[in-house]
Design a protein around this ligand. Structure first.
Ligand SMILES: [Zn+2]
Length: 58
């Protein structure tokens, strides 16, 4: 995954497979807006930072 072409967006329909939190993380192509990857984990579990529970900090 490249930081320059991809960005994380919240998936409000998902719940984390690890801790049950919502939203989960979707990765979209910054240029095309296409979904590249849909993760099963919330921000905090994806990045290992409690601050990342809030999509504002992605
Ligand atoms: Zn989680």
């Amino acid at each position: 995954m490249s930081e320059s072409t991809s960005m994380a967006v919240p998936n409000e329909k998902g719940s984390c497979c690890n801790c049950g939190a919502s939203p989960t993380v979707d990765i979209i192509n910054r240029t095309t807006g296409n979904l590249e990857m849909s993760l099963d984990t919330c921000g905090a579990c994806t990045w290992g930072e409690a601050d990342c529970l809030d999509p504002e900090n992605w």
